[in-house]
Write a protein that binds this ligand. Sequence first.
Ligand code: PLP
Length: 450
Amino acid sequence: MNNIKDTADLSRRLFLSRGLKSTSALMLGAGVLSSRLATAQESVTAQASVTEQASVTEQASVTEQLSQAVTGEDYWQMVREQFSFPDSTVPMNAANLCPSFRSVADQVAFLTADIDQDCSFNNRSKFSGLLENSRALVAAQLNVSADEIALVRNTSEANNIISNGLDLSAADDVIIWDENHPTNHVAWQVRAARFGFKVVTVATPADLRDPQQLLDAFVAQFTDRTRVLAITHVSNVSGIRLPIAELVQAAKARGIYVHVDGAQTWGAMALDLAALGMDSFTASAHKWYMGPREVGLLYIKSDQHTRIWPGVVASGWGSGAETRQTGARKFESLGQRDDAALAALSVAARIHDSIGAARIEQRIVQLSQHLKSSVVGLGLPLVTPMDAALSFGVVVVQTPAGQGGPLSNRLYEEFGIAGAGTGGLRLCPGIYNTLAHVDRAVAGIKQLMA
Ligand SMILES: Cc1ncc(COP(=O)(O)O)c(C=O)c1O
């Protein structure tokens, strides 16, 4: 807002812009509002140091508790207690959005209040160090260099940075999977219309029993024209898991650029991106990572940084075509960001380290296999393969056409389980879900499908 002289002026403008119409609202003058704002500000100041202390202590105790080398339901109950949702509205849709760990949400709130209290450059200068801290922790977990990680806004943006940033022409083919998310599917078709390259779409084999069938279906499409293979680690519509390591190996042997959308695996699966060897990998912190919202992961292998053009060039880039940013940081030249969220990613990273990626992965497999076998036990068909080599955390129950959405709504309204109507009835239990939550979902499905 321009030309605001003081708090009273801001109060008056807020008052007018909100268009308050009731008599009592109209009685609130700018003076009253400004004194309320001043009181609120004092109270934020007073609470800030207490909150900071509390959040540091809480984070330390959470990570210590979760580092315990125990397993079993008592351990997972302790994990469940790190989330604020009540048992009456249980999230089971990690493929779309997860709740954040409570201490992540607290950190976002604390740092947001800190910025609102003092948004000077001086106060905000600490955020570049906090961002680097988040980047370093995430990079170490993925076994890549911090210079290969850009923290962008979400998977959608990260996928589009790749499809928009590679130089492709009419002589080139891009191979995609028909189960890719629109941001890694339609986005390629839009760029193909602009740059003239061809998009080749690979379908999932109808009688899928073995990951080799998936590998063969893609490799059969490789030609001398193939420049890019753009795939998804685990599909959000069927739950099918691609044999990523083998696909990357086969494509790299032919010099093909490999992009993997990891929205359904980052934070849920132990990932070693250096060993997997793809050229780029994308994900969102607000899904299985249970981190802050609107923070996205874009990994680009160091030898590809100069090959990919940035989508957005903003302040901090530098003055010519060569950026002054190091490595993948050039892809996060996006203007003013939500500094609090980017900084709070480090809290989620520390919690992941405490629990351990292998323990998280085992739990996700346990929950999804339990869910699938219970559904099959009811005599109901699954879209998602039962075989853990062909699936992971996304479970889709087959429903009559058009019934996925209505059934999902009833499961929420009548049983307090929040799934989705994507590809059927989709349920994706995260580590905040207990086996009792999964059993409640199954009891609901039994009743609704009867
Ligand atoms: C495989 C996949 N890619 C990308 C996205 C987009 O994620 P976001 O909305 O966080 O950008 C999703 C969302 O469900 C997804 O499942």
